[in-house]
Design a protein around this ligand. Sequence first.
Ligand SMILES: Cc1cc2nc3c(=O)[nH]c(=O)nc-3n(C[C@H](O)[C@H](O)[C@H](O)COP(=O)(O)OP(=O)(O)OC[C@H]3O[C@@H](n4cnc5c(N)ncnc54)[C@H](O)[C@@H]3O)c2cc1C
Length: 409
Amino acid sequence: MTKDEMFDVVIVGAGHGGAQAAIALRQAKFEGSIAMIGAEPELPYERPPLSKEYLAGDKSFDRILIRPEAFWRDRSVTTRLGERVVAVDAPARQVLTDSGERIGYRRLIWAAGGEPRRLTCDGHDLTGVHTVRTRADVDRMVGELPDVAQAVIIGGGYIGLEAAAALTKLGKKVVLIEALDRVLARVAGEPLSRFYEQEHRAHGVDVRLGIAVDCIVGTNGRVSGVRLSGAEIVPAQMVIVGIGIVPSVQPLVEAGAVGGNGVRVDAQCRTSLPDVFAIGDCALHVNDFAGGAEMRVESVQNANDQAGVVAKVIAGAEARYASVPWFWSNQYDLKLQTVGLSTGHDAVVIRGDMASRSFSVVYLRNGRVLALDCVNAVKDYVQGRKLVETGAIPPVERLADSGVPLKEL
Ligand SMILES: Cc1cc2nc3c(=O)[nH]c(=O)nc-3n(C[C@H](O)[C@H](O)[C@H](O)COP(=O)(O)OP(=O)(O)OC[C@H]3O[C@@H](n4cnc5c(N)ncnc54)[C@H](O)[C@@H]3O)c2cc1C
């Protein structure tokens, strides 16, 4: 590639959103040149298994590739991997990479995801302190596991809980520390939080709630424990930090794109810069399913569907991002599937018996169904989607009766 190389579409980020954008462009019969620049050395791969089957050793890396190498070649998608875009020159329509090259674009799709938020306390950089975002992160962890008897996980969100389940399965003792008074507090209602808390305890995880971390302690540069705010030191040979992400948008914001906590986009995923789009974890958008609130959604669904919208727009078709959000999480033998966004709910209805480990939590606002969290309840998930899409107002007694199929409501 020469310094003057120019592509019709440059995609920054070879993760879920970036890969799907290239796939969808070709599906939309876009014939222009496409380059996908990714900071990681690997071809695009699925991130969700990193805290699930890949960490547990149940799936090899080959099986989590989004597409095999030949796919990209056959569709003339130029992949530049292990290369990072460090600046965007919007007036010149060029990106600058860390190898010092300038690459021109007609359209730019920013799909750079986010970086794990890191601790800032003493000991945060000791060997043995990990985050879970990339294959390299998990490979490092797996390499250390033979010497780990006890791991401390900081953060009781999905990634922390999934990592707890995977490590428990591998026979490790796990202590999970959450600063708030319940796990999944940011994303789920209290009943679901308490259910998962109990499940993890039942599997031997020592769940500590409402506790802050003071610092990470270590010897000879390697972690040996976590000191809690009350001065107790929990011994650990491994610490996993799962406290959210910081969207990777700096080059774009420095180039003048409106944003901060992500880059602001409109319903076509356009940023405020000409012919620059942003999708996925880093795209701050108005979400129809959050009552029009501006937010970033960190899910494969969001990345893929926004990629589809941008591909259509670039290929000259009409499109608007208005997809129903959905998400999943696998822990132990529990398959959680969620549809909709529960933010702002004012009532919760439980369908089914939580003790049977197959039930759904339905979130309502003014009687309207906002979202469902379905645990081992695929039918509710499939049928409940319509209720979320249409903003249905079903009778609460029937909603609570798991004998009444949701499609009847
Ligand atoms: C461990 C884990 C488990 C998850 N589980 C689930 C799940 O069960 N279900 C679900 O729906 N979602 C899950 N997610 C979230 C989901 O993976 C993300 O929402 C999705 O990957 C977002 O896609 P993206 O394209 O925005 O970002 P990513 O997939 O993160 O891709 C961004 C890519 O851009 C690269 N990049 C960043 N900056 C630059 C730059 N300047 N130049 C070049 N490249 C750059 C990054 O290295 C990365 O490869 C999980 C995430 C993680 C980390």
